[in-house]
Design a binder for this molecule. Structure first.
Ligand SMILES: [Zn+2]
Ligand SMILES: [Zn+2]
Length: 734
């Protein structure tokens, strides 16, 4: 038999000649590569291991053999943050790697003291976080058996800082690499392990600067508040500004004076088809914008219009296109999940984290379903665009697919290495994987999926019909919008589109006289700006440049946990305490509470990350004016109490509200001479049989949730989450 001729191909970039008909499995054998210890890419696609034997190599094939571990030595250690992420990565990398979670940060500033030496260039004292010693010991033990450690925490400043602390912990005894990926999928993780890198110190320094800045502010302001207002209070840099927004909005609402105004609609129909009634709204009178301040003005005008006929003056038709929104950034995801699913920002992030870290999807195994959820970029990888365009064309048809992919521009602060939040595969449709997800996971995944698909779809097109109708000196207008082509709206509608009501307009032509049926005058009042919700507060924080993708949810959580702000039927309302603390801080620390200053601070942190600023210089610039305000406030800030109408049953002096570790309480204003104090009751009698106590508001220590207990505690242990309907008295605070 004739020997097969040679063919030429590339193995790891080098040209190689082999005989025709050789399989990939034989090639590996020839190169003495153990197929269990490698991943093979053939022409840039990863080949499943069970295909090695069948796949016969062809001319010009490109074979990339990726070794996981150097030589024959056992394994490498990979450190990630969480058990869920470990599980997904284990599924991808296999048993060749030991994968262990650090459970978040392991090394940090001490909780018991400031831990920052401002005299020595803000040198931080880092310690092993309480309870993390055991984890570090275990990691050390695992590390003994390997010569390489891969640090794979999340791709942002916090993840970089965790990696840096771990690297310092392990020292120089091991080869240590940083691997970064924005989605936990086979392709992305293997790609990252092919190009392990170094820790980005600029990112670490930006994280340290933020941590130290917040530490200095928090650990300086909190003891001041303990002295001047009450024990257990605290203040922080970004959260105090967020609380301020809510406090300021409430002031605006309280100060708002509603203005009366009127509108007039006319019920009309074409003479030829009297049953096709429609409404036209008064727009102008004597060629000026109609302004109807009260009923007298309305009555006078209607009298004037009496008997005048309604004649069509103008009919306008125009088309309006509406473009889809960019795929989600963190803040947009939080806003939409609040508006559409009523999820708090914290809940959204918790569920998004689960989707990102990976879930078991049937035969496919454990896989990350979305890209990293802390991002302010709207960029999308080319691979994802190809996939989603394919999906759109197959599912909706060619007319729903724009000629060129839609491109979105990120804010200038966004990091271009990052991507928007999107499904890791457009082929994983929400309804197909529904049975593997919890209800919340499904809802959030569907939201992310639809927003992404819609972002690459064709614009929606509307026909707008607008009719101007003259009646004496008045001009009425009727308009109607109809959808010519739904485009992306068939997948994803925004709030405003969902709410739009359609009123039909009959065909009319210029010069036509209409049948008049009735005037419909209506009284209105101008409304104050609405209270913030979690959704609109995140929006405001983003627009004002306060905070970053990783900080919105924790900021909201903090101001609620500290009882500066409460949620009430979805709205955010400041408490007395929130008002008081905010007022004191604005008075004594105007800069810290200043919105522009806080936004500029965020930019300086970005500058550190981009290498445009040196982190200790940023801290220094901040610190000296701050410490001046601090020492002034220590002497000038007055001790604050809130008066009530109650009087002390022991000495007759008025009682005042104070704050302690367990929340608000009533204290005698004669303190310290009279030490009388009691809890603030709701005025609602305790429903427990035979108990003469009243219900008081209490707070759980762990989660900061409110509940009601009995004043006779511990004799009576009645508790409830909801106050019985008998509404109690509230204390006479202004
Ligand atoms: Zn007293
Ligand atoms: Zn009781």
């Amino acid at each position: 038999m004739m020997k097969d001729p040679d063919i030429q191909l590339k193995v790891n970039g080098e040209v190689k000649k082999i005989r025709k008909g050789v399989s990939l499995a034989s090639l590996l054998k020839e190169l003495s590569v153990d197929p269990r210890r490698v991943v093979v890419e053939l022409n840039q696609a990863i080949l499943p291991k069970n295909a090695y034997a069948e796949r016969v190599l062809k001319e010009n094939d490109e074979v990339e053999i990726v070794h996981f571990v150097g030589g024959g030595k056992a394994k490498s250690l990979v450190i990630v943050e969480s058990p869920a992420k470990s599980k997904t990565i284990h599924h991808i990398l296999g048993d060749e790697y030991i994968i262990r979670p650090s459970m978040g940060h392991v090394i940090d500033l001490p909780a018991s003291k400031m831990g920052v030496d401002v005299e020595k260039d803000f040198e931080p004292t880092y310690i092993v976080i309480k309870g993390k010693k055991k984890i570090l010991n275990e990691l050390k033990k695992e590390a003994k058996a390997v010569d390489t450690i891969y640090l794979a925490p999340d791709p942002d400043r916090e993840g970089e800082a965790i990696s840096w602390h771990l690297k310092n912990f392990f020292g120089n005894s091991k080869k240590i690499h940083r691997v970064v990926f924005h989605e936990i999928t086979r392709e992305a993780v293997l790609e990252a392990f092919k190009h392990p890198g170094e820790i980005d110190l600029k990112k670490v320094n930006a994280q340290q600067a933020r941590r130290i800045l917040d530490r200095i502010v928090g650990y300086s302001l909190s003891p001041l508040l303990w002295k001047k207002v009450g024990k257990g209070l605290s203040a922080g840099r970004v959260q105090s500004v967020a609380a301020r927004l809510v406090v300021d909005r409430e002031k605006e609402i309280t100060a708002f004076i509603p203005q009366e105004y009127w509108e007039i609609e006319a019920r009309l129909s074409p003479q030829k088809s009297p049953n096709k009634e429609f409404l036209a709204k008064l727009e102008r009178v004597d060629d000026k914008k109609a302004e109807l301040a009260n009923q007298e003005v309305v009555d006078t005008l209607l009298k004037k219009l009496e008997g005048s006929s309604f004649v069509v003056k103008d009919v306008r038709k125009s088309e309006k296109k509406k473009s889809p929104s960019a795929p989600f950034t963190t803040s947009k995801l939080q806003q939409d999940a609040f508006n559409k699913l009523h999820f708090s920002a914290a809940r959204t992030m918790r569920i998004a984290q689960q989707l990102y870290e990976g879930l078991e999807i049937g035969k496919e195994g454990t896989v990350g379903l979305i890209t990293y959820m802390r991002t302010d970029s709207v960029r999308v990888s080319e691979g994802a665009i190809v996939q989603v365009r394919d999906t759109i064309e197959k599912k909706f048809g060619r007319e729903y697919l724009p000629k060129e992919p839609n491109r979105y521009v990120s804010k200038k602060t966004a990091q271009e290495a990052h991507e928007a939040i999107r499904p890791t595969s457009a082929f994983r449709e929400p309804d197909v994987i529904k049975s593997y997800l919890s209800t919340d996971q499904y809802k959030l995944y569907r939201l992310i999926y639809s927003r992404f698909v819609a972002s690459q779809m064709e614009k929606a097109n509307f026909l707008i019909l607008s009719v101007d109708i003259a009646c004496g000196p008045a001009l009425f207008r009727a308009s109607h919008q109809s959808c010519l082509f739904p485009g992306f709206l068939s997948v994803y509608a925004t709030e405003e589109e969902e709410e739009k009501k359609e009123t039909l307009l009959p065909e009319v032509s210029v010069g036509e006289t209409l049948t008049f049926h009735q005037f419909l005058p209506s009284q209105h009042f101008t409304k104050p700006p609405p209270r913030y919700t979690e959704g609109s507060l995140v929006k405001a924080l983003e627009e004002l440049g306060i905070g970053r993708p990783s900080t919105y949810a924790p900021t909201l959580q903090t101001i609620i946990q500290r009882d500066y702000i409460r949620r009430e039927k979805g709205s955010l309302i400041p408490t007395e305490l929130g008002n008081l603390v905010t007022r004191l801080l604005i008075e004594h620390f105007p800069k810290i509470l200043d919105i522009q200053f806080t936004a500029a601070m965020e930019e300086e942190l970005d500058d550190i990350e981009e290498g445009r600023a040196e982190w200790t210089a940023v801290l220094k610039k901040f610190y000296s004016p701050f410490s001046e305000s601090l020492s002034l406030a220590k002497t000038e800030m007055k001790r604050e109490v809130i008066e009530t109408k109650e009087s002390c049953e022991k000495c007759g002096l008025p009682m005042v509200i104070k704050w302690g570790r367990a929340g608000r309480f009533l204290s005698c204003s004669g303190w310290p001479a009279c030490k009388n104090a009691r809890s603030i009751t709701t005025g609602v009698p305790c429903p427990s049989p035979g108990c003469d106590g009243q219900l008081v508001e209490r707070r759980s220590k762990k989660r900061g949730r409110f509940f009601y207990g009995c004043t006779r505690y511990p004799k009576c242990t009645f508790i409830t989450n909801q106050l019985p309907s008998n509404e109690g008295t509230t204390y006479g605070t202004k």
